[in-house]
Design a protein around this ligand. Sequence first.
Ligand code: ASP
Ligand code: MG
Length: 404
Amino acid sequence: MSLIVQKYGGTSVADVQCIKNVAQRIKSTRDQGHSVIVVVSARSGVTNELIARAKALHSKPDEREMDMLLSVGEQETIALVSIALHALGVPAVSRTGAQAGITTDVCHTRARIKDISGGDLREQIAKGNVIIVAGFQGLSESGQITTLGRGGSDLTAIALAGALKADACQIFTDVDGVYTADPRIVPNARKIHEIAYEEMLELASSGSKVMQSRSVEFAQKFNIPFEVRSSFNQQPGTIVKEEVTMLEGLLVTGVALDRNQSKITLSELPDQPGTAAKVFQALSDANVVVDMIVQNIGRKGLANITFTVSRDDVDRAELAVRKAFADKNQPDFVTATDIAKLSVVGVGMRSQPGAAAKLFEALAKSSINVNLIGTSEIKISVAIDPDKADQAVRVVHDAFDLGK
Ligand code: ASP
Ligand code: MG
C-alpha cells in the first residue's frame, strides 16, 4: 500500500461545494487502496481578509498575533474537509500543524521548518484514517504558533511528504500544471509534462506563481518529487523532479512574466569603492530583495546604479537608500519606474549556445526595448515596458518554438 500526500489550495476548498468535490477525490484515492494524508489551505480570500482586518486595527500588527490570527484560516478547512469525508463514510481526523509535529523557528509570519516528527500521523495511517493537516502553520520550539510565509501550505505538503517518505506528493490547484507560458497570455502555451526543480524554481521566482518558491527550494534540497495538477479535472499534471528527460535541442522550457517589478535608479553617486556596498547593505538591512543590478560607467567621479525590486518594496527601498546617503543633497537622485520582467528558463541553456541571441532578436523584431538584463546559468531575464509585456511573452514563446 502506498502513502500519498495530497495538497488542496484555497480555490479547491473555496466553498461547501468545492469541499464536497475534494472529499470525493480523497475518497476515490483511498478506494484505490492508498493511504492518504491531505494538506489544505484556507478558503481562497480568507487569509487576505484576516490580514485586512488586522490592518484596519493597526498599521503594523504584531507578528505573533498575526500568526495566531492567520492560522485560523487553515483550521477551519481541516475540520470541514474531515466532516465532508465523514459524510461519505470515510474515517478521517484533522490535525493542526502543531499536532502533526511541525516544529519551526520563532520567525513569526515567515518561520522555517526545523523538524517534523509527524505526531501521531503514522498511527492514524495504520488505523486506516485519512488525516487532514492544516497547511501553512507550525509550532516554534517555545510553543508559539507560527506561519510559513504566504503560500506556505505548499511547503507543509512537500515537507510532510519528505518526512513521512510518501510515495507521491500531489499539489492540487486551479491550474492544470506548469505551462510553457501563462495560457491567458499565450493561447497556444503547452503543458510541461516534466520539469526539473531548478527550472520550476526559476519559473516560480520569475512570476509563474504556481507554487510558493520556498516549497520548491525545499523539494530540491531534499529531493522530494511532486506533481502539480488540477483539482477540477482528471488530467495528469506536471511532474517536478531532479532529472528530466531532455528533449533534443530544447533550449528553453518556459517563459515567465512578472509584472510586479520596479526599477530604481540612483544617479550621481560617488564612483568609488564602497558605494555599492553601502547601497545594498542598506537595502539588505531593510529586508528588500534585489533582483537585477546594473552599474553605469562613472563620469566625473560619479556613477549611476540601477536595480530592480518587487513593486511592494519600492517605498522601503527608497527610504533605506535616502537614509544611507543622508549627506547627499537629496531631492531627485532616486527614481522608481514600473517595469515588467520577462524571463526565459531552461536547463538546455547550460549546454547549448544561442538563447540570448534568440531572445534579443525576437524582442528587437517587435521593437521592444530592453532596459536591464539579468542572467543565471539557466535563465535570462529582461526588464521591459509593462505595456508591451504580453506581446513580448508571445513573440518570445514563438521564437523558441514552445507552442503547440
Ligand atoms: N492561506 C495561506 C495563504 O493564503 C497559505 C496558503 O494558502 O498556502 O498564503
Ligand atoms: Mg497557493
